[in-house]
Every structure is written in structure tokens, then in C-alpha cells.
Design a binder for this molecule. Structure first.
Ligand code: BJ8
Length: 384
């Protein structure tokens, strides 16, 4: 099994979260507002415009599951259970430091879990339309943006001006571009960066609260990697190139992403919430900010939307751009929306794109590591 080469100053995702506790504590003590969030549908710009810092409450860790299962059913997605367990057990300092929670009615499990969270702390739940294309979907979602703006204003006793919103949109668009450019290093063949590092840096960056610093870090790292490609990698043979699809993978980075690379393939891209899907699509800076935010966040290609054709389009583009040899889909246990879309994704990948596909269903425990290794190993061997 080969070792993944990582930069000397590499910080793992759990380490980055630990470091962020202290940074958030300092922010809080300085009087900064903090809003806990869960999802790619969250209009972060509205939180920024309230002079608040959005912080991800999407938890990982097996230790957060037992406290959750005292209230929630065992047969539920581990991401929902870990997020709830971290909050109710006070193990999640990000939840603890959040003044309020901002959530969206995405999948059934999450939206029902938010009802319990709402009993502990002020929780604003944005009602998401069930599909992007339905008549009235955009108008409804725009009303939800306005309702969030009012709630933030009332909760903090402030006014969120259009000017503040425009500034926030510009800054987040710059951040999106920096993240996208970093991801696109993975399009180089052979890739100068491991998918493990890519996934870790991007998810850890959710806890880098100074956006300007985050942009500067990503721009520097992207330039270094492009230089490394020309100096050390260009013209060399490539290992099989894998694209990850499906549920968010921050809770299974070690168990799936790292293992794929240790078993002999390169993870070059992510077609999931940990990937560039949303980063490719900036907020329109020329429109009224609420309309622009509603339009942008309704375009997120998540399986909770029905229908969800944008996911296959994005997948196809990424397979081509990242010169992918095979797709591995990660479905978190009991995630019905991604599990149901899996057949359509398999058909698209194997028939339309003509490359192999593997779907893995897993949770945050380590009990299935042996079985996962066997399946990953066989798949990678097939790719040659
Ligand atoms: S935009 S993927 S972050 S909803 S994996 S909790 S869907 S049962 S995480 Fe998600 Fe927003 Fe979509 Fe992204 Fe439910 Fe599935 Fe669990 Fe999920």
C-alpha cells in the first residue's frame, strides 16, 4: 500500500477543527456574531452582511452518534446523527458558540432533526422548494431569502443594507473563484496534488474565518502546485484517475478518499458538496441582491431536488474536464435521495460516458473498512 505525499505543514481535518475552536472562541470574545449553518443552500452572503461569521455545524465522528440515538432513530444518515449528537451533548463547540442556527428543509431527516434543534437555540429554517423548476419555485425561495434577512435583522437588532449585501456577494464570489482554481489543479494529468489533501484543505477551510486570508492561502497553494506540476509531474505516467460523487465526504475522508489513493489511484475531483459544483456558479453581481441570491442558491444540484438533472450535467462536465477513468459514488447510510439517484448516475456514467462506476454505502464507523478496501482494490485493479 503506497503512502500519500503531503506538504510538511499539512493539517488533518480533525486537527483543523480543533484549531478552529480556539479561533472561534477568540472571535466570540471579541464580540463577533456567529451563525451556525449546515448546507450548501445556505446564503452565506446574508450572514456576512449581518456582520456575523457563518460556521459549519455539519459534524463528523462516531462519538457523536450515541447521544443522537437517544432521540433520533438508529436508521438515519450518520451526518444528521453526528450533527445532532454534537449539538445535544455540547461536544460541538461550534454549535455552543453559535448565537443562532440557520438551516434549510433539504432531506426529510435533516428537516425533522431541526425541529429538535429549534427547542435548544433560535433556529431559522428556510423552506426550500422541492424542485428548481416548479412554477413559483423561485418566487417562493426569494420570499424565504427576505424572511431570513428580516429574522437576522430582528435577532441582532440591526439593518442589513443592500450595499452590505453587494459587498458580501463580491467577496464570496472571489472566494468561490479561489476555491475553484485550487480544485482545477486536479485537471492536470498526472495530478500534482492528492485528493486527500484537496478534500481536507477545502473542508478545513470552512473553519478559516478570515475570508481574505483564506483566499490568499488558496491562491498561493494553487500557484505552488502548478509550478510543481511543470517541474516534477508533466509528461510522467498517471495512475487511474477517480472522480468522487454522492454525499458529502468530510466524515469519511480517511476511510474512503485516503484509501483509494493508498490502493493505487488518484482522486482528482469531487462532484459532491465538497467539490467545485457550487463554486462554478457565482452570484450575479449586477442584479438586485436578494433576487441574485435566490437564483444562485436554487441552482445547487443536490439530490434533495426533484427532478435534479443538473447533477448529471455537472458530472459529465467533470468527467471530461478532469480526464476521469472511473467514478466512485459515496452514499451515506440511509440517505434515500442519493441512494435513489444512484441507478441513474450509474447508467449515465457507464453508458453515456463509457467508464466504470462503483457505489459504496457507508457510515462513520470503521467496522466496514475491510469490506470497503476489498471493493476499492478490485475496482482500481479493473481500471488498470
Ligand atoms: S446541498 S448534499 S449539504 S443537503 S447525506 S443529510 S442529503 S440524508 S448532506 Fe447535503 Fe445540503 Fe444537499 Fe449538500 Fe440528508 Fe443525504 Fe444525509 Fe445529506
Amino acid at each position: 500500500m503506497s503512502q500519500i505525499k503531503l506538504p510538511e505543514d499539512f493539517v488533518t481535518y480533525p486537527e483543523a477543527r480543533k484549531k478552529a475552536f480556539m479561533a472561534l472562541k477568540a472571535l466570540k470574545e471579541s464580540g463577533r456574531r456567529v451563525v451556525g449553518t449546515y448546507c450548501t443552500y445556505t446564503p452565506q452572503e446574508l450572514v456576512d452582511a449581518a456582520d456575523a461569521t457563518p460556521v459549519s455545524l455539519c459534524a463528523i465522528g462516531e462519538e457523536n452518534i450515541p447521544p443522537a440515538e437517544k432521540v433520533l432513530p438508529k436508521n438515519l444518515c450518520p451526518l444528521i446523527k453526528a450533527s445532532f449528537g454534537g449539538a445535544v451533548s455540547d461536544r460541538c463547540p461550534f454549535y455552543y458558540f453559535s448565537d443562532m442556527v440557520l438551516a434549510e428543509t433539504t432531506c426529510d431527516g435533516k428537516k425533522k432533526m431541526y425541529e429538535y434543534l429549534g427547542k435548544m437555540k433560535h433556529t431559522h429554517v428556510m423552506q426550500l422548494p422541492p424542485g428548481r423548476t416548479g412554477e413559483g419555485a423561485l418566487a417562493f425561495w426569494k420570499l424565504e431569502m427576505e424572511a431570513l434577512r428580516r429574522d437576522l435583522e430582528n435577532f441582532y437588532g440591526i439593518t442589513i443594507t443592500d450595499e452590505k449585501l453587494r459587498q458580501a456577494i463580491k467577496l464570496r464570489n472571489r472566494e468561490r473563484k479561489a476555491i475553484l482554481n485550487y480544485y482545477e489543479v486536479g485537471t492536470l494529468k498526472p495530478s500534482p496534488i492528492s485528493g486527500y489533501e484537496l478534500n481536507t484543505i477545502i473542508t478545513s477551510n470552512e473553519y478559516a474565518f478570515d475570508i481574505e486570508k483564506k483566499i490568499a492561502f488558496l491562491e498561493k497553494r494553487t500557484a505552488e502546485l502548478i509550478e510543481k506540476y511543470h517541474a516534477e509531474c508533466e509528461g510522467k505516467p498517471s495512475r487511474p484517475r477517480i472522480l468522487i460523487s454522492g454525499c458529502p465526504t468530510h466524515g469519511v475522508i480517511d476511510k474512503v478518499i485516503k484509501r483509494i489513493e493508498e490502493l493505487g489511484a488518484d482522486v482528482v475531483g469531487f462532484e459532491n458538496c465538497c467539490g467545485p459544483r457550487e463554486k462554478k456558479d457565482p452570484v450575479d453581481e449586477t442584479k438586485d441582491p436578494i433576487t441574485a441570491l435566490a437564483e444562485k442558491y436554487l441552482r445547487v444540484n443536490c439530490s434533495v431536488m426533484s427532478p435534479n438533472p443538473g447533477r448529471l450535467e455537472a458530472l459529465g462536465e467533470q468527467i471530461d474536464d478532469y480526464k476521469v477513468d472511473g467514478v466512485i459514488e459515496v452514499v451515506l447510510m440511509a440517505c434515500h435521495t442519493y441512494a435513489i439517484e444512484s441507478s441513474a448516475v450509474k447508467e449515465y456514467v457507464t453508458k453515456e460516458k463509457g467508464i466504470p462506476f462503483l457505489s459504496i454505502t457507508t457510515d462513520y464507523s470503521t467496522t466496514d473498512q475491510g469490506q470497503i478496501d476489498t471493493r476499492l482494490g478490485a475496482f482500481i485493479e479493473l481500471l488498470g
